[in-house]
Design a protein around this ligand. Sequence first.
Ligand code: COA
Ligand code: ZN
Length: 325
Amino acid sequence: MNTTDRQRLFIQDVAVRDGFQIEPRFVPTEQKIALIDRLGRCGLAKIEVTSFSSPKAIPMLADAEVVMRGIARIEGVEYAALVPNLRGCERALACNVDEINLVMSASESHNRANLGMSCEDSLRQFAKILPLAHGATAINASLSTAFGCPFEGSVPAGRVMDLIARLTDMGIARVSLCDTTGMANPAQVEDIFGSVLRMWPTLQVTAHFHNTRGMGLANAVAALNAGVRHFDASLGGLGGCPFAPGATGNVCTEDLVHMFDSMGWNTGVDLTELLEVAAALPIIVGHDVPGQVLKAGPWTRRHALPPTQGSPAMSPSNVCAGVRA
Ligand code: COA
Ligand code: ZN
C-alpha cells in the first residue's frame, strides 16, 4: 500500500457475508470459495469472507470454517470475518482470519434483535475477546444502526461518539459506522464522520452504507468529503441484515468503484475485472441484482450512431415510436 498516495481509497467487499446472509437460497460452499477467489484478484483491499455467528441465527453462513480455510489468500488482500461473541472469536482465530470484525449496534433494540443481548453485554464480550485476539489478528468494530434504527428511529450522534470512545479506550483502532437500513442522509453522514475524524484522526474509519432509500452513493461521497478513505460495498448490491426489518442491499461495489474512478480517485480495483465477476452473480444467487453499471456499462461506453440517422424513415419520432411499440 502506498500510504503517501492521498488519492488512494480502500474498497472492501462484503457480498459473501452481508450479501449472502440474507439470500433466500443457500449458496453452495464451493461457489462461495470460487467467488471470493475471483474477487481477490480484482484489487480489493479487503474481503469480508463470512461470519462466525450462530448457524441457527445465520444458516446461510453455516459453512464459515470450510470457506475460510478453502480460499486462496492473495497477498495484499485482507480476509475478514464478522464475529458477534467470544465463541465466534475462537472460531475465527482457529481459521487464521486477517481481521476480526466485531459487531454490535448503536441502538439497544437492534442489538437485542440481532445478537440477543444488550449493548453493554456486547461491550463485555468485546472486552473478553480483545486479549485473545490481540496480536493474532487485526480488530475492527462495526456499529450497526449508527445513522438510524428501524425500531427506534433516530440514533443521536452523541450515542455513536460515546460508543466509539468506549471502543477506542479498549484499544480498538478500526471502526465501521454502518447504516443498516439506509436511513442516513449525506448531511448527517458528513457531520458524523467529520466529528469522528476530528476527534480520532488516526482511527481507521470505514463507511458501510445500504442503498435501501437510494442514498447510498450520495452518502459515500459525503463520507469521502468528510475524510473517509475506507468503504464497504457489496458486489451486485446484495446485502441486508436478516434481523432488521426492511433491510436491503449494500452500496454496489462496482457502482462505487466506477463512481470513484470517474471522480479521479485511485481505488486499486480493476473495474473491468470486477464487472466480469459481477456478471456471474445473478447465476450464483438465482435472481437479478441491483447493480447499475453492469447493465449500463461504464460511462466510457459509446454506442454506434444509428446507421440511417437523418433519413426520414428513422427520424427521432419514428425511433421513439419503434421503442414504444
Ligand atoms: N458460533 C456458533 N455457535 C454459537 C455461537 C457462535 N458464535 N454463539 C453461540 N452459539 C451456539 C451456542 O453454542 C448454543 O448452541 P446449542 O443451542 O447447540 O447449545 C446456541 O448457539 C445458543 O447460544 P447462546 O449463547 O444462547 O446464543 P443466542 O442463541 O442468544 O445467540 C448470537 C447469540 C450472538 C450467537 C446470535 O444471535 C448470532 O449469531 N447473531 C449474529 C447475527 C448476525 O450475524 N447478524 C448479521 C450481521 S449484522
Ligand atoms: Zn450491512
